[in-house]
Design a protein around this ligand. Structure first.
Ligand code: NAD
Length: 399
């Protein structure tokens, strides 16, 4: 068993989220030997900025580095599938950003390749790793809300509200044919599946594009940037700005979620409420250290994240004592702790506790059903194949 400090990693992409990966790896003492940028020059600039020792020339150069055990793929979506395939073929473990691929055919192929490789494969559905979300999964498993009946919520952002806002995610050949749903809705759908242990079986979706033409700057744009470019060209936009989706879960529970990248003032607002037959829970990612617990026969509660007041899973994901607020970057530390335990063992556990390629593929299949439903205007079943296992909550061992 290798300790994190004996494990070497490299990161592909060093934009918004690649930077968060590198910083979280350092918190574990993992050796980040180098990064790969879109060009050797841009990679070298990022390596300098982040204090990473090496910028690789290309993926061959990265994979020739024998010190690298794990590769983190944080490039734009269209590169995930080809890069992950090469990383696995080179015998490395892999942590890939969401969405796992551009299509469910691609993600299904990656599940199969990862399985036959015997390597650790993770998808960075980091929102599972807010400690209170780990805690919710345990209390739902332990029957503390009764039978799950309704799961509702939203995921709203505002960074694409104006027609002058631009990012590679707006181009279907780079980001995928589902935009708001693939980019942020995938987190919400994965999270509620994880916490309830219930698959989404059918969807009724309505996708809407309100900004049909946008101004694409002629130069590069940083993710979440609010700068207006002086030189821009007008581009037609076909992907959705917003989605409203009705859901049916495998136990008969119902759900509803609204997803939007045009919600003024909402910077990164993921909310959910789970209404069970006895009690309820609700959470807001912009107040991540607080869990609302609703009761019928007693006053409602607010649980402030506190290792002393959570179950084993919540404790395992928490880093600081109660009252010392944890946030987005800490979820990466917690997810990587679970992943690197398996990397240290050289192979995935029989039932990994972190999101795997199978979970990433399942989200792609739900996305397919969302797209079909919206196009055809009807309820659509999620077409699962035998590569999409889910751990029902009663099967979950406490960590
Ligand atoms: N888990 C999360 O919460 C979360 C949040 C944001 C983004 N993401 C995901 O992370 C990925 C990156 O998103 P981002 O917001 O960081 O984008 P970004 O545009 O900020 O960064 C992308 C990076 O990839 C690099 N890149 C481009 N082409 C490359 C190539 N051929 N080889 C190597 N690197 C290349 C770019 O130079 C840049 O450094 C996306 O898949 C996105 O969905 C996940």
């Amino acid at each position: 068993m290798k300790r994190p400090a004996e494990i070497g990693a490299a990161v592909i992409g060093s934009g918004f989220i690649g930077t968060v990966h590198i910083e979280a790896l350092r918190r574990h003492g993992v050796q980040v030997h180098g990064l790969l940028g879109s060009t050797p020059e841009r990679g070298a600039q990022s390596a300098e900025r982040l204090g990473v020792p090496k910028a690789y020339d290309d993926l061959d150069d990265l994979l020739a580095d024998d010190r690298v055990d794990v590769v983190h793929v944080t490039s734009p979506n269209h590169l995930h599938h080809p890069q992950v395939k090469r990383v696995l073929a080179a015998g490395r473990h892999v942590v890939c950003e969401k969405p796992l691929a551009m299509t469910s055919d691609e993600s299904g192929e990656l599940v199969a390749i990862a399985k036959s490789s015997g390597r650790v494969n993770a998808v960075n559905f980091n929102i599972r790793y807010y400690p209170l979300n780990q805690h919710v999964r345990e209390i739902v498993r332990d029957g503390k809300v009764g039978d799950v009946r309704l799961v509702s919520g939203h995921y709203f952002q505002d960074w694409l509200l104006l027609k002058t806002d631009w990012n590679w995610r707006l181009e279907p050949n780079l980001g995928g044919s589902l935009r708001a749903v693939g980019d942020i809705g995938s987190h919400w759908l994965d999270l509620v599946t994880f916490m309830t242990g219930l698959r989404i079986t059918e969807v009724m979706a309505d996708l809407a594009t309100f900004i049909g033409k946008r101004h694409q700057p002629t130069g590069p744009v940083e993710t979440f940037s609010t700068e207006r470019a002086a030189d821009a060209v007008e581009r037609e936009i076909g992907t959705e700005d917003m989605a409203t989706i009705l859901l049916r879960f495998e136990n008969g529970a119902r759900g509803t979620v609204a997803i939007s990248q045009l919600s003024a003032g909402r910077k990164n607002s993921l909310q959910y409420e789970i209404d069970g037959s006895t009690d309820a829970v609700a959470w807001d990612s912009e107040q991540p250290d607080q869990l609302w617990i609703g009761h019928r026969e007693a006053p409602n509660e607010i649980l402030i994240r506190n290792p002393a007041l959570m179950g084993a899973a919540g404790q395992a994901a928490a880093f600081l004592p109660g009252g010392h607020v944890e946030g987005f970057a800490d979820t990466f530390r917690a997810l990587f702790a679970a992943v690197y335990a398996d990397v240290g063992n050289g192979r995935p556990a029989d039932q990994p506790t972190y999101p795997t390629f199978a979970d990433g593929h399942d989200e792609m299949l739900v996305g397919d059903a969302v797209a079909t439903s919206s196009r055809d205007g009807r309820w659509t079943a999620v077409a699962r194949d035998d590569m999409t296992p889910i751990q029902h909550l009663e099967e979950i061992a406490t960590p």
